[in-house]
Each structure stands twice: as structure tokens, then as C-alpha cells.
Design a protein around this ligand. Sequence first.
Ligand code: SF4
Length: 376
Amino acid sequence: MTKALLTGNEAIARGAYEYGVSVATAYPGTPSTEILENIAQWKEIRAQWSPNEKVALEVAIGASIAGARTLVAMKHVGVNVAADPLFTFTYTGVNGGLVLVSADDPGLHSSQNEQDNRTYARFAKMGLLEPADSQEAKDMVGQALMISERFDVPVMLRTTTRISHSKTLVELGEPQARTLKEYKKDVRKYVAVPANAKVRTGVKQQRLLEMAEFSEQTELNRIEWHDKRVGVVASGIAYQYVKEALPEASVLKLGFTNPIPLKKIADFAAQVEQLWVIEELDPLVEEQIRAAGIKVSGGKAELSRVGEYSPSMIRKAILGEDSTAQAPAAVPVRPPVLCPGCPHRGPFYALRKNRKRVTGDIGCYTLGASAPLESI
Ligand code: SF4
């Protein structure tokens, strides 16, 4: 068995290679960019950058309807740009499986906000997978494609920066044969005029019920029994923090988080003295558990709705223990700057010299706001 030390993004690219993706599209943005950069190494996959995330998704939708397994990647705010076709695509459904990778950025390491895109999956009634390390990031590409084809729905694979950019060991497999599913012209399915979309609304609701049952059965949502005084529901990187902070606690690890497995959670809750829900950003899982009438001992109120978590935060919230870890050493601040040869330097220099200010777009342009350019 060959193993490799891969970032989450490299592992997702490897998953696209192993699980039969034929078309991959993306718009770059930290922490997602390396996914398509790595996919491009395999000539078996048609990989292309798009001018924006909406176009990336539209090209991917076309490939899916034509019968290809397809992956489209973007950072979290990119899903705002792609939301228009996405919401209609959840009505029409897929032909070849389609996985939408949303790389979220809790803590705003390189972003203008820290929106929690799990809400998009719930809003659009898509399947949702959350890997907790690089192995899962690879494996979940295959599972997302399987779920997409089984339930006729696009599936979101949601990572966060710590998953996207951290390296863990990954077992490499052989690539599956790439096959195209047969394309059949089907106006009632793929043309979302009102009469057709009304019919698809019912399909969508039925599919959600079937995915909820799948969520109860799948090993993607598994219980790790230990001491039953504390039971924790966690997903994504929060799962790793819980395992490090509370190795003795029982954990319900959620990998498939829309729809959540409410019956499994209720069974788990009934067998532990305290039920905690640990998730970064929005209380998406916690609110659904509380709304189902399941008693929650702690979660958002004891931790935080903003920024990243850490093992010491979790130990403090649940056990009341202060961290014994040393505070990070003070280091000089190193603000980001434009690259030495960046073509934006000249215009910003001219603007600064002439005391003009402009509004700016995303990404590198915002660096024109910093000294010495100060033009945005
Ligand atoms: S700073 Fe300029 S040269 Fe560097 S990546 Fe951004 S746009 Fe390109």
C-alpha cells in the first residue's frame, strides 16, 4: 500500500483522479487554489480555470448533464457568485456525479468574511460532506460522487483552511476507469421552466427524505464509544480538536452533515450524561439538535460563533481547565504585500502620487490599501 503525505487540497485532487472525475473546473482563491493546480497534472482529467465561480459551476453542470463525473472548486465566498445556477441545479439534478468543493476560511486567514457555507448546503437541499483529515478529503470525493449519482443531487464537500492546508498521511489507490454515463435528452428534468420545476420540487423533497435515511445508516456518521459522562457531536477539524482535548470522551463523528442523522444523535444523547456539540462558526448542527427536542449541555454559548477553535478552548469549555500551553512568542508583524513584479504596483503608485483613491475588487487588489501604496 503506497502512502503519501498530502494536504487536504492535494488529497481532493487525488480523489478526483482515483474516482473517475473527467472534468474539473475552478476559480482560484485561498484556501482552495491548489486543488485544480494538482488536478492539472493528470491528463485523464480536463482541468480548466474559469473567469469566475458562476462560469466554473455552469461548465461543470454541462459536463455532468453530458454524463461526466465532475468536480468544481472554489473558496467559500465563491459560492455566493455561483449561487444562481447552484439553486436551480439542485432542482434538475445530475447525470454524472458532481461534487462542489467549498473551501471555507474560519478565522479569515485570507478572506473578506468567514461565512459558513454549510448553510448553503442546507438552504439548497444538497448533500454535505465534511472531511476531518486528508485521507477523508480524498475518500469523500468518491463518496460525494456516489451520493450525487445515487440521489440525483449535487453534493458539497466542505473543507476549512486547516483541512485544506494541513498534511496527513493518505493511502493511494488505483484510478477507476473513466466512463461517461449515457446522455438522454430530458426536457422535463433539465429545463427548469415553472411547470417542470414544480414537479422537481416534489422530487427534491423526496430525495431529502431518502438522504436523511442514508445519513442514519452511513458509516460516515459513526459513534466512537468511550467514557459516557461526556458525549460530543463534532465534524470536520473540530473532531480532531475534540479527540486531542478529550481522548476519554465518547464522540459521534459526523462526516455527512446534511441532512444530519437525528435518530442516531438522539440515541447517542440518551446514553451519555452530557451532550456537547462542537462546531466552528454557525450552530448549524446544534440548532437542529435543539429544535428536535434533544437536550444539549453545551456548545456555541460556551465557545464562540467566530473564528477557529483549538483543543485548549474545548478543554476550558467542557472541563473548566485553563491551558498550560505557552503563549506564542511575539514576532514582528509581516503584512502581505504585492509581489515584487506585480503589474498592479505601477497604477497604485501613480494613484498614490496623485493623491487619488479608488475602490477595489477582491484578492490582491486589496493590498493596494496598505502602506506605502494606500490607494484603495
Ligand atoms: S500580487 Fe500581483 S503578481 Fe502577485 S499574485 Fe497578486 S496580482 Fe499576481
